[in-house]
Structures are given as C-alpha cells and as structure tokens.
Design a protein around this ligand. Sequence first.
Ligand SMILES: *[C@@H]1O[C@H](CO)[C@@H](O)[C@H](O)[C@H]1NC(C)=O
Length: 267
Amino acid sequence: MCPLVSARHLVWLLLLWCCKASLGELKVRVRLEDGQVAEESLLADSERDCITLEFRKADGTFITYMADFKQEVKIFRILILGELERGQSQFQALCFITQLQNNEIIPSESMAKLRQKNPHTVRQAEDLRGFENLQMDVAVNFTKGIQLSSHIHNVCAEAREAIYTRQEDVRAWLKKGVDGSMFEVLPQSSSLLVLHPCKVCSHDWKACICSYRLSLEWIPCSLKYCKTRDSSGKTTSYKCGIRSCQKGYMFHFYVTQKQLCLWDEET
Ligand SMILES: *[C@@H]1O[C@H](CO)[C@@H](O)[C@H](O)[C@H]1NC(C)=O
C-alpha cells in the first residue's frame, strides 16, 4: 500500500503520488490517431534520470520516446515492420535525436512516483500541442553518438545506419563541446540537386526526402500545484498531480532511395 500524504489527493486526482521508488512503470491506455486503443508504457528511472515511453501501433510499428534529462536529449526510435513481399528486411529502424526542451515531460523523479486509479480508462490528454515539423538533415555516427546520450547504444542499436538529428541541434551541441566528427550533414535540395519528397517520387532508386509522422497521445507534461493554508493562515503549495499533453512530430529526412521510405506513399 502506498503511503498517501493526504486523503485530499484522492478526491480529484486520477493519478496519485506515492512511494519513494526510483523505478516506476505506468501503463496508460490511449486512443491513437487511427482510432485504435493502445497501451502506452511509461518507465521512469530517477537514478539514471530518464523516462521511456513506448507503445505499439495496430500495424505493428513500435514507437519509443526517451527523455534523457542528464544530457537534455530526447530520442525517438521507430521500428517499422517490413513488407517481405517487397523485398524489405523484417523491420526498418529509425532513430531521431534532438534536444529536450523544458516542460515537455515531467522530471523522472516525479514520474517514478506517479500511480493511476482506474487503469482501464482510455485517457485523453488535456492539452493539445499540435504538430512540429523537424528537418532531420544530419546523420549521426552510432559509435560516437554515445557522447550525446549514453542511451543511444541501447535505443538506437537497430538503427545504426539511420540516426538523424538537426543542424540547429548540432550547433547547440558543438557549443557544449561535443565532438563534431560524429555528424555528417546530408544532401539538401540546392540549385545543383533537387530532392523531392519520396511521396511524389516515381523512381524507387532515386534519393528523396522521406517523412515520418508520429503522435504521442498522452505525456505527463507538467506538474500541478495545489495550495494549502495552515492554522496560522500561511499558504504553501505542493505537487498534487500532473497535466497531460498530446504532441505530434513530423520528421523529414534524406534517404538514398525511395525503397527506404515505402510507408510514405501517396494515398
Ligand atoms: C563512425 O565512427 C567510427 C569510430 O570512429 C568509425 O570507425 C566509423 O567508420 C564511422 N562510421 C561512419 C559511417 O562514418
């Protein structure tokens, strides 16, 4: 049984704070964009100061979002099941690395203490934060990438040939003293080279710009504070819950051939 600080918490909270755990896992049912219900798993490790959010889509695609607070980096990993009849390998893995912003997700320590009532409820986020377009125009060397986050070797192992970031992230990391030799700027459209979106590209062997859209339906994105007044009339505030957000991402990245981007077809 978790020691509750105050019974007042129970009255209005779906999610409760308890325990002094450094590891906490929460399974939250959410409705995905395609209408299907999926189980989101949120694993917090307050010792390593990171949170991993994972879920599987109905088509088998497995999405991982990891927030590494120590190095202020977030990693998206996408495992897409291949179409064997089209000569693809069993799965295709992509890794996108970018800076973690403030107020994207609550601290790992708070996440580790989060518990939920009514785990069968399909939850909907309170705040809709829309879609963000990200031009992932730089390739990251897997071996050297450990400098960006110690988690890359675990999370991106299947995607070693397809780890991407943005030039603006690279600039910020170089200022922090990260070794620039791990980055390789990818071909961009220019007067000499025209790169089309893979979606409209008619040749399977031509280089193009691939897009991948993903939406995180339920992220605990900020803490709620409540006020209490003691007998002397002094008010103090305390953490009493979370706000949840939905946030979408549209990643655009260079591929050497359309074959590597078959989900991005015109429908
Ligand atoms: C990545 O870095 C390692 C270690 O320096 C190097 O051996 C390897 O060739 C690099 N990979 C690419 C694709 O440049």
